[in-house]
Design a protein around this ligand. Sequence first.
Ligand code: C2E
Ligand code: CA
Ligand code: CA
Ligand code: CA
Length: 279
Amino acid sequence: AKACGRNNFQFFAAAMNTRVREHLELENRLRQALARHELSLHYQPQYDLQSGRLSGCEALMRWHNPELGQVAPDKFIPIAEDSGLILPLGEWALNEACRQVMAWQAQGLPLLSVAVNVSAVQFRHADLAAMVERVLRSSGLPPALLELELTESVLAENLEQVNATLQRLKQLGVRLAMDDFGTGYSSLAYLKHFKLDTLKIDRSFVSDLPGSSDNAALAITIIGMARSLGMTCIAEGIETMAQHDFLRGHGCTHGQGYRLSKPLASAAMAELLATSSRH
Ligand code: C2E
Ligand code: CA
Ligand code: CA
Ligand code: CA
């Protein structure tokens, strides 16, 4: 038993070591990713479910490292958050998204609104409102076309500081969205108190619609809640026609997901914009 315990420990230590080393290696490479131009944004179209029209897009970060290949955001965003790298990366993403929307307009394409993910770490540590103001000014993007996607964990922190930051962001004229709604700890009271503009129904509630009666009930409840609070409601992760029809039928106003479009590189998004403006 003793030998076995020791073996387990050695196995565990070796596995730990590998994980720590992997983490450090990723962090070191990520540290250089910005300067080496390894980051880009993809844009996932968002649609008005009732009219079928393009209504905006969500900017999603992509990292291509020459040695590692494509690294998924679910892998590198947490590392960026732990190391503080999310501050420069998040500022870069915001700036790039705003710049891109204005560049499309300069090419004669229609102006469209863009949603950018904001990490709770950015919300906590940086002077977020000042950074957003700076980016809006330098890009020239009309503030109403920018939506910041916040997660529920942001609202669970120091209420006064959260309140002050949200007020400053609102004064800038940007829109605020609650991302992944239903997966965290947010209460109805928070939602009402902070007067956010948009509620995004998390993919986990959409994935087995309409088959799961639990998720169907939850989705209908969230849609009703958004409506009664005067919020726009966006369903995420719509993959099937059945999900699409269910959500539209129950009054969900907006949606995004592979059924409508995958996230697109900027050139492909520009093509989509060109065709959508001809309708
Ligand atoms: P998220 O904000 O919830 O973004 C939605 C994710 O779902 C994206 O994954 C998107 O590609 C994926 N998705 C969209 N439609 C579908 C669908 O129909 N089916 C499925 N299975 N997936 C779909 P992605 O791009 O890998 O990003 C993962 C997460 O990484 C994001 O989740 C977000 O939390 C984070 N992230 C991505 N870019 C940024 C960023 O610029 N800043 C910050 N702070 N976080 C980011
Ligand atoms: Ca998001
Ligand atoms: Ca989400
Ligand atoms: Ca998510």
